[in-house]
Design a binder for this molecule. Structure first.
Ligand SMILES: C[S@@+](CC[C@H](N)C(=O)[O-])C[C@H]1O[C@@H](n2cnc3c(N)ncnc32)[C@H](O)[C@@H]1O
Length: 216
C-alpha cells in the first residue's frame, strides 16, 4: 500500500495520543516495565510508550503490512533492542503467562469481542499489573461487571466524546484527504471516507472509553 497513505493515517492518529498519556498518568510509575501493546497496528501508541518508559515493549498485530511498517520505524529510530515485534493473532500467541507489568489494547477488543479478548489477554498480565483498554463505549455496565469478575479493579475510566473524535482525528483525516488530487491515491481512502460519512451521520456512535485496570 502507498507509503503516503500510511503517513497520513499515522499523522492523524497522533492527535489521539494525548489520551493514552492521560490513561498512563493514572497508573503508578514503574521502572523498567515489561509492556505488551496488543493489536499495535503501525505502532503509533507503541512508539509513544517507548518514549514514556525505559522498559521493553512487545508489539503484536496480525496485519502484516502494519507490522512491516512498524518494523521499519523501529529500525530507523534504533529501538530494536527495546521493541520486539510479533506478527501474530492474539489467539495464536504463545507468550508466557503472568509476565507483563503493563498491557495496552487500543481498538482491539471491539474487533475481537470484549470478553473473549479480555480473557486471553489478562492471563499475560502480572499480578498487580495494569491493563489499559481503549474500547467503543457500548455495554459499559456489562463490561465493568465482567472486568471485576476477573480479579481486576477499575482504577479509572474516561470517555472520548464525538467532539474529541472530530477535533483530534477525523478533522485531520478529512483535511488531508480533501487535499489529495491523485484519483488512484484517493481510492485508498475509500474506507476512511465512508467512516467520516458515518461519523457525520451518527457521531454519538463513535464515543469511546479508556478503562484503566489493575489485576490483583
Ligand atoms: C483499530 S486498530 C488499532 C491499532 C493501534 N492499536 C492504534 O491504536 O493505533 C486495531 C488493530 O487490531 C488488529 N487486530 C485485530 N484483530 C486482531 C487479532 N486477532 N490479533 C492481533 N491483532 C488484531 C488489527 O490488525 C488492527 O491493527
Amino acid at each position: 500500500m502507498n507509503k503516503e497513505y500510511f503517513n497520513i493515517k499515522d499523522n492523524c492518529r497522533k492527535g489521539l495520543l494525548k489520551y493514552l498519556s492521560k490513561a498512563i498518568s493514572i497508573i503508578p510509575a514503574i521502572d523498567n516495565p515489561l509492556i505488551l501493546d496488543i493489536g499495535c497496528g503501525s505502532g503509533i501508541p507503541t512508539l509513544a510508550l517507548a518514549k514514556n518508559y525505559n522498559g521493553t515493549i512487545t508489539a503484536v498485530d496480525f496485519d502484516t503490512k502494519s507490522i512491516n511498517r512498524l518494523e521499519k520505524k523501529v529500525k530507523e529510530l534504533n529501538l530494536s533492542d527495546r521493541i520486539t515485534i510479533i506478527n501474530s493473532s492474539l489467539f495464536d500467541l504463545e507468550l508466557e503467562e503472568n509476565q507483563f507489568d503493563i498491557i495496552i489494547a487500543e481498538g482491539l477488543l471491539n474487533v475481537v469481542g470484549f470478553n473473549k479478548g479480555f480473557s486471553k489477554i489478562i492471563k499475560l498480565l502480572k499480578k498487580n499489573g495494569f491493563f489499559i483498554i481503549h474500547d467503543e463505549f457500548r455495554n459499559h455496565y456489562k463490561k465493568t461487571k465482567f472486568i471485576v469478575s476477573n480479579n481486576c479493579k477499575i482504577l479509572d475510566s474516561f470517555r472520548l466524546d464525538e467532539h474529541v473524535w472530530w477535533n483530534d482525528y477525523f478533522k485531520c483525516l478529512e483535511k488531508e484527504i480533501s487535499s489529495c488530487k491523485n484519483k488512484d491515491f484517493l481510492e485508498l481512502f475509500k474506507t476512511d471516507l465512508h467512516e467520516i460519512e458515518l461519523f457525520k451521520r451518527y457521531p454519538s456512535k463513535f464515543i469511546s472509553i479508556y478503562y484503566i485496570i489493575e489485576k490483583y
